[in-house]
Design a protein around this ligand. Structure first.
Ligand code: ZN
Ligand code: ZN
Length: 385
């Protein structure tokens, strides 16, 4: 934060919370990652710290904007407040040969945590106890726990992982994520990433043919070299030719040697209507899913892939509801009779007792351009990556 902002926050903390919430000296923070040339700007912070989230709430403002302001404001103030002080307590209970332990915490002084009241509930307090006290057994509970697989990545956790591995930098994270979505390497469901069959095929191919470039270290090292160039320690022509001389030869070699990679398909059990021999399969294409013949390229049968939503009908015309994607790969639901019927919804319609969909007139904001996309274009697009 700029010195003028730190001064303002310190004055605000003293006036609002009292002098004991103010550390003796301003706090200065270093960036967590490597210090690079592009990071020389200050943090995002409120222009006027005296505009508290409470004052801000009164304004005509979207809910998200209020939340964002509150987050930035609290972080900006808290980072210049005194440390919170806790008493760590550890109780050891001896039961014959075994020892049982319990860890607890007592808040002596809340400090900066004053601004994050929610966290208080998470602290575990222990009851009063004295050394040597005899304890009565009240209950024995046996729990079986299973190791959970790591959670799927979402935007935030993927960026964290990239940061950890030294890949990319704040200005490129958004581009990295939109690229894997735009190229359909991943599907997003409930904000989580799921690799598509294209994504898997691309990674398999690259791992087999470009192991050096696919190594996390390679990208991290290249970032270091870019910093060296920015800091004048390395000339860019030298760095590029070191990389390109080997890589360009490899590209030509791989292009010559490797066979075309088929993206795995999902069978439907239905016979192909064109050749009457192959099976209709679901393929992942650059522009979405579509149906084709298992005998491609000998048979060129192609049809749009339509995923119907079970148990619901269009609230406008009563025809079936289909899953669609916008051009930015966002899921939505629409009437199968588009463009004759333009009903659409971002939310998945839930089956009703009478077989209809909820009449909330939801999401007429699905943009008109996206509406017809899945059915009209997908089936005619290029077959293979
Ligand atoms: Zn066929
Ligand atoms: Zn309809």
């Amino acid at each position: 934060m700029a010195p003028v902002a730190i001064e303002a926050v310190r004055a605000f903390v003293t006036a609002t919370y009292g002098a004991n919430y103010l550390p003796a000296n301003p706090r200065l923070y270093k960036t967590a990652g490597k210090v690079v040339a592009q990071e020389a700007h200050e943090a995002v912070r409120p222009t006027h710290i005296e505009v508290t989230p409470e004052k801000f709430m009164g304004q005509e403002m979207a809910q998200d904007e209020k939340k964002l302001y509150s987050l930035i404001w609290r972080r900006s103030v808290a980072c210049q407040m005194a440390e919170a002080i806790f008493d760590d307590t550890r109780v050891v209970v001896k039961v014959n040969e075994c020892e049982l332990t319990a860890n607890g915490i007592v808040v002596k002084f809340d400090g900066w945590k004053k601004l994050f009241t929610k966290d208080k509930d998470e602290l575990q307090a222990l009851p009063e106890m004295t050394v040597g006290e005899k304890l009565e057994k009240q209950k024995v509970e046996s729990l079986q726990k299973f190791t959970q697989p790591p959670a799927r990545f979402n935007d935030a956790s993927l960026i964290k992982e990239l940061e950890k591995k030294g890949i990319g930098r704040p200005s490129t994270y958004a581009a990295i994520i939109s690229t894997i979505i735009d190229r359909r390497y991943v599907d997003q469901k409930d904000k989580k990433f799921f690799p598509t069959s294209i994504g898997k095929a691309v990674v398999d191919f690259l791992m087999a043919n470009f192991p050096k470039e696919m190594d996390y270290e390679f990208t991290a090292k290249m970032e270091d070299q870019l910093d060296d160039i920015a800091n004048g320690k390395l000339t860019w022509t030298e760095m590029l030719s070191n990389f390109w001389d080997g890589f360009s030869k490899k590209l030509i070699q791989v292009d010559k040697d490797s066979a075309r990679v088929g993206v795995p398909t999902t069978g439907t059990g239905v016979k192909c209507p064109t050749c009457d021999v192959g099976e209709i399969v679901i393929r992942d294409g650059k522009f979405g899913r579509f149906l084709s013949c298992s005998r491609y390229p000998e048979c060129t049968y192609k049809a749009p892939y339509i995923e119907y939503v079970e148990g619901v009908v269009c609230e406008k015309c009563g025809k079936r509801v289909v899953m669609k994607k916008t051009r930015t790969n966002r899921d939505f639901y629409g009437c199968e009779d588009y463009p004759n019927c333009t009903w659409a919804s971002w939310k998945k319609p839930q089956p009703q007792a009478d077989g209809g969909v909820p009449k909330d007139g939801e999401a007429q904001d699905v943009d008109k351009e996206s509406l017809g996309k899945t059915e009209t274009e997908v089936g005619t697009e290029e077959e293979e990556e």
